[in-house]
Each structure stands twice: as C-alpha cells, then as structure tokens.
Design a protein around this ligand. Structure first.
Ligand code: SF4
Length: 679
C-alpha cells in the first residue's frame, strides 16, 4: 500500500498527534475543528472584535487575524482583551507572512501563530537560482537561526503553530530544487518541522494549500507519507483550498479538495476560503464535517441508513495517489479515451419534457429562427426514463432511457438504452453502438455478483459502465470498483452516478463535489450524472428558488442547479473547462479594496471567457505569489491603486482603481484572451 491514510476501503481517521490551542484540543481523533479568518483591518480593534464574534457565533472554533507588522501583532492584545471582556475565549491565530518580528510578538499574545515557510525567512524574487548542496545547506542553517527563536517562544508560552505552505509562495530555493510541485510543498514544510522537532517542540499543525485541488490533494497525501516515513508519526493537518473564489465555484472547489481528503480520514481542522464575509464560510465547513460525525460525536460516516456491506480490502493500489493520471479507457461514441467527461442531465423527475425544459440544461430554443442556442454549460445527454420525446432535439443532445422506451424510438442515433448489469447480460435487444450499464458497487451481498457481471461486460465495445453506490461510504466503494476494473484490465469508459438525499442546496453541492470530485481527482470518470432522491427533489423545488444570493435566482430549477453543479465540479477538478476561472483571495486585514464588489464587477464583464484564469488579489505583498497559475492578475498595490499582471509579469503598475477593470479588459484584448459577449 502506498501509505497516505489508514484505509482506502473503510472510514478511519488518520492518527495524528494531539495539539492544544488554548482550551481547544485538536488532532488525535478529536472532532474536526472549523475555522475562518477575519477580513477587517487588524488596527481597527472594534471592527475586528465584532467580526470575530460573528464568526464565533456562527460556529468557528478558531479565528485567524492577520499581523502584517509589529503594530498589528501588538494590537492582538487589545483584540483578545476585548473579546475576553465580552466572554469570548475562542483561541485566536496570528497570520504571519514575511515578518518574524511580528510573529515573535504575536506568539506571546495569541494561542497560535501561522507561519508560511515560503516567506518567513526568504523573500520571493521569482528567480530561478541554482543552489549547490553547500549553498542549500547554508540556507537551511540561515532558516534555523531565524526560525528557532520563534519556536522557543511558542514552547515557553504554550503557543501552538501552523506551518502553512502555499503552492503559490514556495521559496526560490525550494523552486530551484523541486520546482512548482507537490513534493516541493512538502519539503518546504518538512524543513521547518525538522527545526521545531530538533528543539523538542511538537505543538504543530501543517497545511499544504493550493488553489488547484489536484495539487492540494497530492501534497497532503505526500506529506502524510513523508511524515510517516521520516518520523513514524503524523502531526495534525489543517485542510484548505486557497483563493477558491465565491458562490458555487468557491464551495465546489473547496469541497472537492477538502472532501477528497476527509473521505480518506485525513484532516483535523478545515477552513473554506471564500471571497465572502468570513462568517459565511462556517456553515460550509460544518456541512463538510457533519458528513463524518454523528450527533453523539462518534466518528462515523453519516448517511448511515444504507445497507452496510464490507468493501473488499485491497493490498496495493493500481494507480499512484500522489500524481494525476487519467485512467485509460476506450472510446464509445463520444465517451471515454481522450474525450472530456460528458454531462448527463437527469430529467426523469420532470412530469413532461418540452423544448423549454431544456433551457435548464443549456439549450435555448428560439421559435422565430427555429434554432437552438447552445451554451458552454450544455449537457451532452439527458436521462428521461420515458417514451421518446415528441419534438426534434438540438443537434448535439442525445437521450438515454429504459430499454422498452428505447425500442420505441424511431431515430436510434439519438436514443440509447440503460440497463442494470444482469438486465444487460440477459437482454435480447441491445444498441449496436452505445449501451449504458448500471453497477451499484458493494451496496449489499450482490458485491460478488457485481464482480461476476464485470467479466461479462468487460471490454464490450458498446458498453459504458455507470457506477454508483448506496453504501454508506459510497465514494470508496466506487473507487474500489475502479481498482477492480484496473486490476482486470477492463477499459470500458465509466460515468459516475451520484444521488443526494440531503436537504439544502449547500448540502447537495458539498455531497456531489465530495463524492464525484474525489474520483475525478484520482483520474477516474469519463462522465457525470447527478440526481436526487424523490423526497429531496420535492424539497428542492422550493428551497433552490428561495435560496438567497449566489448563482440562484427565483427561477432556478432543480435541473439547472444540478447541471451547473456538474460543470462546476468538472471545472474545479480541471477535467473539463467550460467557464472563466476566478482565483480570488478571501481578503484579510491587508486587503486594499472591496474584494467582493470588485470580484462581482470583474465577473460581470468576463464570465463568458471560457478557460481564462483571472486572479483577483487583495494585496501586492502576497497576491502575486499566491495567484498560482492565473493567466491575468488584478492586484491591490496601494490605496485606490491596482497593478495588473499577465502571468507573473507586471504589465500595468498602480492603475487608478476607478478605471482598473476597463484596463484589465484592454489587457485581455491585447492578449487575444477576449471575445465579445453574445447578446
Ligand atoms: S492576498 Fe488577499 S488574503 Fe492573502 S494576504 Fe493579501 S489581501 Fe490577505
């Protein structure tokens, strides 16, 4: 087994050391703690206190506050005193970048400090410098000299510490040896961890954040592996996806990254970074965490009503959990091989399906011209479960239905049947080109039969497998089936089918993103089909319409919500790009403009630019380093001033913020990244 968790087939929390943060115990099987970070100016004591209280009232168990320099670090004392005066003793965390002096002050005041090993001692210059072994060792000695005093202060004051590596801010030294890789992130943290262990300090939590969930998941797994190999034990892990953005995108990206690791029992505390007010992050954290905790505090995957069967254990993974590689499959129609994953919209719960029903899934019929407008987020297939439709379909759309209805269809180039595994094996009539076959993985004693049917379905050139599971730990059940396919050299393409029985739009989003995101991030899946149980569907008809803000309007239908979620999951896992990608920081006390308002303005002008990555970052100190692989950057560089980037290169410095969005659009045009929006 490539060791990175306790089990890939059974839910078990990864055993980690216990860390005490004020009165809060974290790691060693304690409940997964939820946290956030304030966005106010740290020098504004009252505003920071008020916002911290809102976060605590929402459920935050730790609140982080930025301390960019000595004066903010000192003001943490006033903030803490005022909170205590009002009866709030939730532990506070000082967020430090670049300023050891501020860290050393903060470590004597608050319960925990966070340092970024990429910039605690090093200044990021974006220079590709070659280091000899001797020079590298000298650098380590320089770090040891500068970092040890902070460790000793923490040790003396009982202060905890997070060594928080960010993918976007690795030091030049790490970049020169490991490049921009998950291994570079791990080594960056390990260097600091070794220094702390050398003076017998262990109140440490680690994080490996990236705005790319693929990199983030690999880095955490590698870190666990490396800690076990070198120390024979693990320190607790703080999970997060950086600069995830806002709304649906931010939630899905966070859930795909964080949820993938939680499914494997990894993670002792989480923060969901949204470009929204920090208290809005907490319900999302709670939705993620409650999937693994019953009310009693017993550690167990929730949704425990399903039939419990054992998922067969496995000795060796037939793929690497530390690097992304798409599982090899053959092509059936437009599914599998090199095709991007297809999206199947489940319309089976609609009473009647008319041309206007298809608007929810990206097809708008224009009666005047008798033409269909097809959006970038248009589903590829619909599942109706009904008789053939009585209208002509848009050119690219195909229909999946039960075999008896499929047989009624006059145009069999547009209609395809779906069977269960035994139904397909026994069927006398099948499509010559494309048959969908459902396999419910390890849901009951039929597990053995599932394997038996596999051999009968194996490598049939017309069969697309549709894997799902009603097992209470369903993602690992489906993943185990993928392992079986790989071990048996079965290369049929696979569609992931996930139903949700949760209640609120956010719970559904998190469920879908965790269950399917985890599989896509491991390279599994050639298609996605999301659905809801009948009860949830009925609930959502009103709840999505009433959900305030974000991407939902009063007219949002369940089908539209699900279709949009499917495309957002594919975008977040970088398996199919259908829209603009925004990498926006959550903002903090360093932020130099209204990030939420500016992000909304930029989104309104650029949301049609499929595949373009735009970073919107609050400050020039961390922004450029943190904006990862963005194509263009909009970064606050002074009060009322914005600096624009193309990749990591400054192209327009200190632009007046009143015209900065227009200047960004001009920059996109100059670089052929712009297309006129359709009206
Ligand atoms: S990039 Fe954003 S969140 Fe990060 S330090 Fe700057 S303003 Fe704060």
């Amino acid at each position: 087994m490539q060791l990175y968790c306790e089990s890939v087939t059974e839910y078990k929390r990864l055993k980690t050391r216990e860390v005490k943060i004020g009165n809060l115990l974290l790691g060693n099987g304690h409940p997964i703690r939820v946290q956030t970070m304030t966005t106010t100016d740290t020098m504004d004591t009252m505003a920071t206190v008020e916002q911290t209280i809102r976060c605590i009232e929402a459920g935050a168990e730790l609140v982080r506050i930025t301390a960019p320099s000595k004066k903010e670090a000192e003001n943490l004392q006033n903030i803490k005193d005022e909170l205590h005066r009002r009866g709030y003793t939730t532990p506070l965390v000082a967020d430090i970048h670049f300023t050891p002096n501020a860290a050393e002050i903060a470590a004597r005041i608050v319960e925990k400090v966070r340092v970024n090993p990429g910039n605690y001692v090093d200044k990021k210059k974006f220079e590709q410098i070659e280091y000899t072994d001797a020079e590298y060792q000298e650098e380590i000695e320089r770090i040891t000299e500068r970092f040890t005093p902070l460790v000793l202060i923490c040790k003396e004051n009982g202060t905890a510490m997070r060594i928080g590596t960010n993918h976007g801010s690795l030091s030049d030294r790490i970049m020169s040896r490991y490049g921009d890789t998950a291994m570079g992130m791990v080594e960056s943290a390990m260097e600091f961890l070794r220094i702390a262990r050398a003076v017998d300090y262990h109140q440490i939590i680690l994080s490996m954040k990236s705005s790319n969930p693929q990199v983030m998941v690999q880095a955490y797994r590698l870190l666990v592996n490396k800690m076990m190999e070198e120390f024979g034990e693990c320190y607790p892990l703080h999970l997060g996806v950086t600069e995830a953005g806002d709304g649906e995108d931010g939630r899905v990206k966070s859930a795909a990254g964080i949820g993938t690791l939680l499914e494997d029992g990894i993670g002792d505390t989480i923060r969901v970074s949204l470009t929204e007010d920090p208290e809005f992050e907490i319900p999302v954290c709670m939705d993620l965490v409650k999937r693994y905790q019953l009310a009693s505090g017993e550690k167990e995957v929730a949704r425990s009503t399903a039939v419990v069967a054992n998922i067969p254990a496995i000795e060796k993974l037939p793929y690497s959990p530390f690097e992304y590689k798409h599982r090899e499959s053959f092509e059936v129609s437009n599914i599998g091989a090199k095709h991007v994953p297809v999206v199947i919209a489940d319309l089976s719960k609609m009473e009647t399906i008319t041309p206007s029903s298809l608007q929810s899934i990206g097809y708008t019929y224009d009666e005047a011209t008798d033409k269909w407008n097809i959006s970038d987020g248009a589903a590829d297939y619909i599942f109706t479960g009904k008789a053939p439709l009585d209208f002509a379909l848009p050119g690219t759309l195909k229909v999946i239905t039960w075999p008896n209805h499929w047989e009624e269809a006059s145009d069999q180039s547009k209609y395809f049947p779906i069977y269960d595994a035994s139904g397909f094996v026994e069927a006398t009539t099948k499509s010559d080109t494309l048959n969908f076959v459902m396999v419910d993985c390890f849901s009951d004693d039929s597990a053995i039969n599932d394997f038996t049917h596999l051999d009968e379905l194996a490598n049939n050139p017309t069969v697309v497998l549709c894997l799902s599971s009603t097992h209470k730990h369903s993602m690992p059940a489906v993943r185990r089936m993928f392992m079986e396919l790989m071990n048996r050299n079965i290369k049929n393409p696979v569609v992931l089918i996930t139903d949700s029985s949760w209640h609120t739009p956010d719970e559904h989003l998190i469920h879908y993103a965790t269950e399917t995101g985890a599989l896509f991030l491991d390279g599994f899946g050639d298609g996605i089909c999301l659905g809801m149980t009948q009860e949830s569907y009925k609930e959502q008809v009103s709840s999505i319409k009433n959900a305030s803000g974000r991407n939902y309007t009063n007219n949002t239908t369940v089908e539209q919500f699900i279709n949009s979620t499917a495309f957002t999951i594919l975008q977040a896992t970088r398996t199919r790009i259908s829209k603009t990608e925004y990498i926006s920081c959550p903002s903090c006390g360093r932020t130099l403009f209204d990030l939420q308002e500016t992000t909304a303005k930029i989104r309104a002008r650029t949301h049609h630019l499929k595949g373009v990555k735009i970073a919107i970052m609050g400050c020039i100190v961390n922004g450029p380093g943190e904006m990862a692989d963005a194509d263009f950057g909009y970064v606050g560089s002074g009060v009322g001033k914005i600096t624009l980037y193309k990749g990591k290169e400054v192209v327009k410095r200190n632009v007046d913020s009143n015209i900065a969005v227009d200047e960004l659009i001009d920059l996109l045009k100059e670089n052929e990244a712009w297309v006129e929006p359709l009206v």
